[in-house]
Design a protein around this ligand. Sequence first.
Ligand SMILES: CC(C)(COP(=O)(O)OP(=O)(O)OC[C@H]1O[C@@H](n2cnc3c(N)ncnc32)[C@H](O)[C@@H]1OP(=O)(O)O)[C@@H](O)C(=O)NCCC(=O)NCCS
Length: 171
Amino acid sequence: MEQKSFVRQADLGDINDIIKINRQCLPENYSFDFFYRIITDFGFACVIAEQDDQVVGYLLCRIERPFSSFLGMNPVKGHVISIAVLPKYRRQGLGVEIMKYGMKKMIEQKISSVYLEVRVSNIAAVEMYKKLGYYIKKEHKEYYRDGESAFVMEWGKREENEDTFSDLSSQ
Ligand SMILES: CC(C)(COP(=O)(O)OP(=O)(O)OC[C@H]1O[C@@H](n2cnc3c(N)ncnc32)[C@H](O)[C@@H]1OP(=O)(O)O)[C@@H](O)C(=O)NCCC(=O)NCCS
């Protein structure tokens, strides 16, 4: 019988599982060291979904704090680096759940917005991000190695996102 899923903060012991899911689900793959660095520095905003006694999904985020943000010029931003859920566990709400967990953690760091890049053909991901209140900010032509373009999508504390924001802040 299928077990209930749960979501938690990622730690360094999850890296091998994350790498396995990343390679299975996405063409954008990273080295062990890259994952190690992200989780060491921003583990509070990196998330794991577990079900059936295994890791079935992950989210990696980082906070980008430009030097000029200390002078009050450029705002601190959250960046969604990578997210994936194993095919068997999709369409159960896990993608949204791990995104909300990561966004809540980034909001606690006083970010003013969150951005991400997504392949223009990736309807599932684009729809999920829209559901979370992200909008397409611009198209980055030939962003990926294979020549595909990316949408840069952004979520900000704008009026129309007040509901998502208070929803996340009160969890
Ligand atoms: C994108 C991804 C993480 C979504 O995970 P998920 O657990 O299936 O997402 P959810 O179940 O929370 O779905 C949330 C919403 O996203 C949209 N969505 C998800 N899959 C979809 C699909 N195949 N087609 C259209 N919309 C889809 C729907 O609006 C869905 O809400 P609904 O089920 O109420 O209609 C998953 O499809 C995945 O791992 N894809 C491969 C990796 C990837 O593309 N990552 C993103 C890189 S930018």
